[in-house]
Design a protein around this ligand. Structure first.
Ligand code: LLP
Length: 383
């Protein structure tokens, strides 16, 4: 990736830098690949990045939005996403959030439990509306990803278990202010091996056969998100392999001709276009290692501290010989470390460091711990 370092000199660090050409290339690829299948639609998972400029670019490519809070619904509506392209998920929707969704006329609520269903029915009744709902089913599939980001196992808090599903179906006709629109699934995130998705397709086929026996064909099957990216070598795979991903569903998932298939991709859309740019404050000699102390910390990008996540790190101004550094931030926590034994070109105070693949779950997860400022953000087409 090319970084306009001369322009960075004028900016306060740390900041997120978004390469909007790469974002657009990614979005074009998604449009092209979903264009092969008339029933496929992508809803961008806003939780990955809700930067207004990023949202408005995504909107240009006609994606819908997958929201998990009232705040996200407001953010996407402000960015111009039409309400009928919004789906609203989450295990704990508050009344004001449900009312906001009903008022706006969103496409559907992805419902995770009977008590939630009852509450939505009650609120919709009070407002004189009918709430479109999809039931989120926990398909009990192991996505073999980090345990903090796996969601489709029985032991996770998400969705309705397969054992309870029949009970929910029997109960649905008793609720007069909800309209049963679809089934929702999500098995986890950062999935790079396609076999869990294949297993998901098989599980959905079984469920659909059972529903068909009961005379039910839903409008929508929503398979969630989860497609992973290459954190190790981002320049080799700047755009994830969407063709292969959609082809798995085409090959293994049986859809009725009138059904729509929704995807909720977050990371795969925005991850590779973003980098966290930080300046080296000090280079400190340790006992037998060197520390590059940078002005970004875990408050700006929490993924390494929280998930032991790997991000490729590079010195974007030095062309000196490679040396090994622990790249650490200024926060008073030992976990405030972006990488150990990172090979960097000889590094000095003032150098710019890029922490790559930070477009997803980066800026949006920033905090003000230690009373720090939130990181800035700049898009390549604006600086
Ligand atoms: N749909 C649902 C219901 C989800 O829970 C998620 C992510 C997505 C879609 C989008 O998944 P994606 O396509 O981005 O994998 N903060 C963590 C990731 C948490 C993911 C939570 N759910 C990280 O930094 O890795």
């Amino acid at each position: 990736m090319h970084f306009p370092v001369e322009k960075f000199n004028l900016l306060e660090t740390p900041f997120y830098y978004y390469d909007t050409d790469l974002l657009r290339e990614t979005l074009r690829t998604i449009s092209q690949e979903t264009g092969r299948y008339s029933q496929y639609h992508v809803h961008y998972a806003v939780k990955a990045n809700a930067n207004p400029r990023i949202l408005s670019i995504i909107r240009e490519y006609d994606l819908g939005a997958d929201c998990v809070s009232g705040g996200e619904i407001k953010a996407v509506m402000k960015a111009g996403f039409p309400a009928d392209k919004i789906v609203f998920a989450g295990v704990g929707k508050a009344d004001w959030e449900i009312k906001l969704g009903l008022e706006a006329g969103i496409y559907c609520f992805n419902v995770e439990s009977i008590p939630e269903l009852e509450n939505i029915d009650k609120l919709a009744g009070e407002m004189g509306k009918t709430a479109p709902v999809a039931l989120r089913i926990n398909p009990n599939i192991d996505a073999h990803t980090h345990h903090y980001i796996t969601t489709g196992l029985n032991e996770n808090k998400f969705g309705i278990s397969l054992n309870h599903f029949e009970k929910v179906l029997d109960y649905l006709p008793k609720l007069s202010h909800v309209h049963f629109k679809g089934l929702h699934f999500h098995i986890g995130s950062q999935i790079v091996d396609m076999s869990p998705f294949q297993m998901l397709c098989n599980r959905i086929n079984e469920i659909q056969e059972n529903l068909f026996r009961r005379g039910i064909v839903v409008d929508v099957i929503n398979v969630g998100g989860g497609l992973g990216v290459d954190y190790q070598t981002p320049d080799q795979h700047p755009v994830p392999d969407f063709a292969n991903y959609f082809a798995v569903f085409h090959k293994y998932l049986k859809l009725f001709s009138q059904q729509h298939l929704f995807f909720e991709l977050g990371r795969a859309v925005v991850c590779q276009c973003g980098s966290l740019i930080t300046r080296v404050l000090y280079v400190k000699e340790g006992e037998n290692k060197k520390f590059a102390i940078v002005d970004a910390g875990m408050t700006d990008l929490i993924r390494p501290a929280l998930y032991q996540a790997h991000h490729h790190i590079e010195n974007i101004v030095s062309s000196r010989a490679i040396e090994s550094y622990d790249v650490v931030g200024p926060i008073c926590e030992s976990s405030d470390c972006f990488g150990q034994n990172v090979p960097l070109s000889g590094t000095f105070r003032g150098d710019f460091i890029a922490i790559r693949s930070a477009g997803a779950y980066g800026e949006i997860m920033a905090s003000q711990y230690n009373c720090r400022r939130l990181p800035g953000s700049h898009c390549s087409d604006e600086i």
